[in-house]
Design a protein around this ligand. Structure first.
Ligand SMILES: NC(=O)c1ccc[n+]([C@@H]2O[C@H](COP(=O)([O-])OP(=O)(O)OC[C@H]3O[C@@H](n4cnc5c(N)ncnc54)[C@H](O)[C@@H]3O)[C@@H](O)[C@H]2O)c1
Length: 274
C-alpha cells in the first residue's frame, strides 16, 4: 500500500519552467529513474508521454503527475518493438501536436558470466539496452528533421565506461550506448538535433532485470545496497533517482544548448576512485 502522504521523490524541486511548452517522450517511465524524470520534466512544464511495458506500479506515473498539476499520458510500450516505438511518436504528435524530447531510458541486464548466457538472455539485453534506442531514434528522427530541432538523451551507465563482474551484456550494451550517442550527435548536429547520454552510478531504484523479464525481480537486498553504497568512497551513498533526473533535465533544456555527444557521469564520484 502506497502512503500518499510520503513523496517518493523528496529531492524534486518545484520547477522553473525550463521545459515550458515542450513535449517529451520518456521510456521506462513507470519506475526508478524514468519515473523521477517524468515527474521532473512535467514540473518544468513539459507534456510527458510516459512509456513503459508495465503499468502496475501505483500510483501510475501519469496519475502521479496529474495529481501534481502536470500533464502526462501513459502508453503501454515495449521499446524492443518498432511498432510500439512508432506509436510513441504518433501519440505525442496526435495528443500534444509536437515532439521535442526523446529520453531513451528503459533498460536492464542479466547478471552472470558470459559462458552461462543463453541466446535468449543475451538477445534480451541487446534488444532492450541497445536496439531499442535504434528503434526509438529511427521513429523520432523524421519529425525532428522536419522541425529542424530535436533533443535525444539516452541512459547509459558508469558500466558503459568501466566494467563490473558478471555483467557482460550490460557492460557491452552500455558502452555501445555511449559511443552510439557520440555517433548520432555527429550525424544529426548539423540538422539542429542534440544527442547526449547520462551515465548513472548505483541508483536506488526497483530494478527491472533478468530474462524472462519480471517487474521488480531484482530489488537489491539490504546487504547489497549497503555494499553498493559503501563502495562509493567519495559521497558514500547511492544516487536518488531524482539526482539522475536533474542531469537529464540539463541535457534536454536549452541551458545545455552547446552540449552534444556528451556522456554525463552522475555517480557521486565513484568512477574517480582508482
Ligand atoms: N539503478 C541503477 O543503479 C542504474 C545505474 C546505471 C544505469 N541505470 C539505467 O537506468 C535505466 C533505468 O533503470 P532503473 O534503475 O530506473 O530501473 P527500473 O527497473 O526502476 O525502471 C526501468 C523501467 O523500464 C521498464 N521497461 C523494462 N523493459 C521495458 C521495455 N521492453 N519496454 C518499455 N519499458 C520497459 C520497466 O518496466 C521499468 O518500469 C536503465 O537503462 C538502467 O540500465 C540504472
Amino acid at each position: 500500500m502506497v502512503d500518499a502522504s510520503v513523496d517518493e521523490h523528496p529531492g524534486l524541486g518545484k520547477g522553473l519552467g525550463r521545459l515550458q511548452g515542450k513535449v517529451a517522450i520518456i521510456t521506462g517511465a513507470n519506475s526508478g529513474i524514468g519515473r523521477a524524470t517524468s515527474r521532473l520534466f512535467a514540473r518544468e512544464g513539459a507534456k510527458v508521454v510516459c512509456c513503459d511495458i508495465q503499468e502496475a506500479t501505483t500510483p501510475r506515473v501519469d496519475r502521479l503527475i496529474e495529481q501534481g498539476g502536470g500533464q502526462a499520458v501513459f502508453l503501454k510500450v515495449d521499446v524492443t518493438l518498432q511498432a510500439d516505438c512508432d506509436r510513441m511518436i504518433s501519440t505525442a504528435l496526435e495528443r500534444y501536436g509536437d515532439l521535442d524530447i526523446l529520453f531513451n531510458n528503459a533498460g536492464g541486464g542479466v547478471r552472470k558470466k558470459i559462458h552461462e548466457f543463453t541466446d535468449e538472455e543475451w538477445n534480451f539485453v541487446m534488444n532492450l539496452n541497445l536496439t531499442a534506442i535504434f528503434r526509438g531514434v529511427r521513429a523520432a528522427i523524421p519529425h525532428f528533421l522536419k522541425k529542424g530541432r530535436g533533443n535525444i538523451v539516452n541512459t547509459a551507465s558508469t558500466f558503459g565506461i568501466l566494467a563490473t563482474e558478471q555483467y557482460p551484456a550490460y557492460c557491452a550494451t552500455k558502452a555501445a550506448v555511449v559511443n552510439l550517442t557520440r555517433q548520432m550527435a555527429l550525424d544529426y548536429g548539423p540538422s539542429g538535433i542534440r544527442v547526449n547520454c547520462v551515465c548513472p552510478g548505483a541508483t536506488e531504484t526497483p530494478r527491472f532485470r533478468g530474462y524472462p523479464p519480471q517487474p521488480s525481480l531484482d530489488r537489491a537486498t539490504d546487504e547489497q545496497r549497503a555494499r553498493m553504497a559503501s563502495s562509493n568512497r567519495a559521497l558514500l551513498r547511492m544516487a536518488r533517482p531524482e539526482e539522475i533526473a536533474y542531469g537529464a533535465l540539463f541535457l534536454v533544456s536549452d541551458e545545455s544548448s552547446f552540449v552534444t555527444g556528451h556522456a554525463l557521469v552522475i555517480d557521486g564520484g565513484q568512477s574517480i576512485d582508482a
